[in-house]
Design a protein around this ligand. Structure first.
Ligand SMILES: Nc1ncnc2c1ncn2[C@@H]1O[C@H](COP(=O)(O)OP(=O)(O)OP(=O)(O)O)[C@@H](O)[C@H]1O
Ligand SMILES: [Mg+2]
Length: 194
């Protein structure tokens, strides 16, 4: 059962009214309910939900960029009921993701644990930014969510990346109504929170 988060859900819902695409960042420590919020939002307010998750580091078998791309390809194939593509790089990955987005449908794309997804490729932030500029932002009913628990990586590589400056509709770490500086971080989920 999903509890609370009405303010966040309402704020996300308001993004559909723009009739242009949005990019949202959500970062914060583990197990505070980041992923669950977007799953719930998509369940309530989207026609299509596409969730991708970076592969976790594995000390026994170091995870490579190729592994991350293969995971992305496998997820895309499952979500689109298509054959698994061989993706040589992130540009191709985002190109095929873009092709799978249907403008007639309200779509939420969650790029979860993005520091793992992109952490093996120093070009990842720039490629994502170009994909946003060239493809994703042209959709009318798309919300792209960049999410993860490694806040510093997201801040440095995505939010702090000058190419992304000003692109973000929301940074959930500062996601509270009317707040500007010094506002609270994304509130941890607690049972019983209204
Ligand atoms: N609003 C909510 N109502 C009910 N249960 C919730 C809510 N938010 C989170 N939970 C539960 O809390 C747990 C942690 O949530 P979630 O996996 O979304 O956290 P997270 O911040 O994405 O963690 P991680 O960084 O490890 O991915 C899950 O079991 C989830 O079902
Ligand atoms: Mg999560």
């Amino acid at each position: 059962m999903f509890i609370g988060r009405k303010d966040y859900l309402d704020d996300l819902e308001s993004l559909w009214r723009k009739r242009t695409s949005s990019i949202v960042a959500c970062r914060g420590r583990r197990r505070i309910g980041k992923s669950t919020l977007f799953r719930e939002f998509a369940k309530r307010a989207a026609d299509v939900y596409m969730e991708f998750e970076g592969l976790a580091p594995n000390p026994k078998h170091p995870v490579t960029n190729e592994d991350q791309l293969a995971e992305f390809a496998a997820t895309l194939a499952r979500l689109t009921a298509s054959p698994v593509l061989s993706l040589p790089n992130w540009k191709d990955a985002f190109f095929w993701l873009d092709r799978a987005i249907d403008d007639s449908k309200k779509t939420v794309v969650l790029l979860d644990e993005i520091s793992w997804m992109g952490g093996c490729d120093p070009n990842f932030p720039a490629v994502l930014r170009n994909a946003w500029e060239t493809w994703f932002h042209r959709h009318e009913r798309l919300i792209v969510v960049v999410c993860g628990s490694v806040s510093a990586w997201i801040k440095r590589n995505i939010l702090g990346n000058t190419g992304f400056a000003g692109r973000f509709s929301r940074d959930a770490r500062r996601w509270s109504r009317g707040a500007r500086t010094g506002s609270p971080p994304f509130r941890p989920f607690r049972t019983g929170t209204p």
